[in-house]
Ligand binder design. Structure first.
Ligand SMILES: NC(=O)c1ccc[n+]([C@@H]2O[C@H](COP(=O)([O-])OP(=O)(O)OC[C@H]3O[C@@H](n4cnc5c(N)ncnc54)[C@H](O)[C@@H]3O)[C@@H](O)[C@H]2O)c1
Length: 366
């Protein structure tokens, strides 16, 4: 039986991690343990995203540790201090465009950081057994969060399955692919109990506004133009963030050690069709003229090496662990737009820093 008592969540101040922590502490009655959120608070991390959680659970079931996953001494100290028995590893440099302009940070965090966590976990969880031999405890788990981008790009048909060969094309996806291989290497070589998930594109509250959906929502609200890469026909599969997180929790509880699981929305959209749908929702909710918003769509030079289509086959997760998506795309988009309209303070906070400089560097002043 897995303990799941003292869970180290890395990257818990980021988009998916903060949603995961909130759901686990507020909507998961079967979880009675503690969460230790280890986050370096890079440009993408916001401690304020969990201010309500800190207030309600801080010091009892929720502990924030400002640390870098590449800092071995700090990671060791955190394992010891909180007697960590489970790692759920979200922390990463996560934005493909940034990996093209500055790949080094991706190699450091995604490859070296994952290695550091794995190695500290292996050491901390090694015990001496009754017969005097040493081995890794079997009540512990290292769950690694990864992406469907490790599989490369699809043509018009077909889906990524768990056996699709890896074919990463950007520095981001190559760094995530490396981290996936390290996770399985630690399982096969040292017997570390691991599970891994490869998920499609997430959307929802607390999403940093450099990513497509929040960028477009906020540009619409600010009356700015809507930049669309290339011909707008690249296809992504979209999943509401809470559905990603219920899948992660199902895998952590019931997934087989040494196995990987694809997570997806079964919800493919071209970027331009998604944008048209989003314009209707934002215009209706914010009482704006949809035609005026549509006139601001601007096709911009395509991202180098832009993968054409991702699509996920998540039938293994559905069949073996009984997971399914709970939110339709329209429901998820509406909840997301409502959240951005209700949280201008959070938006102003994240937009005040490095983000604005980055947008201007990549898209120019608007
Ligand atoms: N967003 C998606 O659509 C998506 C899809 C599939 C998989 N993923 C994966 O999910 C995970 C979380 O993605 P996200 O969108 O929440 O990312 P994010 O960029 O919003 O958050 C990443 C978090 O990690 C922290 N972090 C970065 N480097 C760190 C370091 N060296 N040490 C400690 N903390 C560090 C940041 O401060 C931030 O809080 C990533 O591993 C990503 O590859 C994301």
């Amino acid at each position: 039986m897995r303990k799941l008592t003292n869970i180290l969540v890395t990257g818990g101040a980021g988009f998916i991690g903060c949603n995961f922590i909130r759901v686990l502490l507020t909507k998961t009655p079967d979880f009675k343990g503690r969460i230790i959120n280890l986050d370096a608070l890079t440009y993408a991390g916001n401690a304020s995203s969990l201010a309500d959680i800190e207030k309600e659970f801080g010091g009892s079931r929720y502990f924030f540790q400002h640390a870098d996953i590449t800092d071995r001494a700090r990671v060791e100290e955190i394992f010891k201090r909180y007697d960590i028995d489970t790692v759920i590893h979200f922390a990463a440099e996560s934005h493909v465009d940034r990996s093209i302009t500055g790949p080094e940070a991706f190699i450091k965090t995604n490859v070296m950081g994952t290695f550091t966590l794995l190695d500290v976990a292996r050491n901390y969880w090694t015990e001496t057994r009754a017969d005097g031999t040493k081995g890794i405890r079997n009540d512990v788990l290292f769950h690694h969060i990864s992406t469907d981008e490790v599989y490369g790009s699809l043509g018009d048909t077909g889906f990524f399955t768990e056996t699709t060969p890896y074919d990463p094309r950007s520095p981001y996806s190559a760094s995530k692919a490396s981290s996936d291989h390290l996770v399985f290497a630690y399982h096969h070589t040292y017997g570390l109990p691991v599970t891994l998930s490869n998920c499609s594109n997430n959307y929802g509250p607390y999403h940093f506004p450099e990513k497509l959906i929040p960028l477009m929502i906020l540009n619409m609200l600010d009356g700015k133009s809507l930049p669309v890469y290339g011909d707008g026909k690249n296809i992504r599969d979209w999943l509401f963030v809470e559905d990603h997180n219920t899948a992660v929790w199902a895998i952590v509880n019931k997934g087989t050690s040494g196995e990987k699981y694809n997570i997806g929305g079964e919800n493919e959209w071209t970027n331009i069709d998604l944008l048209q749908r989003l314009i209707d929702i934002v215009a209706a909710k914010a009482k704006l003229d949809p035609a005026a918003i549509r006139s601001t769509i601007t096709y911009v030079k395509d991202r180098p090496g832009h993968d054409r289509r991702y699509a996920i086959d998540c039938s293994k997760l559905k069949k073996e662990l009984g997971w399914k998506q709970s939110v339709t795309f329209d429901q998820g988009l509406e909840r997301t737009v409502d959240w951005y309209l209700a949280n201008p303070g959070w938006v102003a906070n994240v937009k005040s820093g490095d983000y604005q400089k980055w947008v201007e560097h990549n898209y120019g002043k608007r």
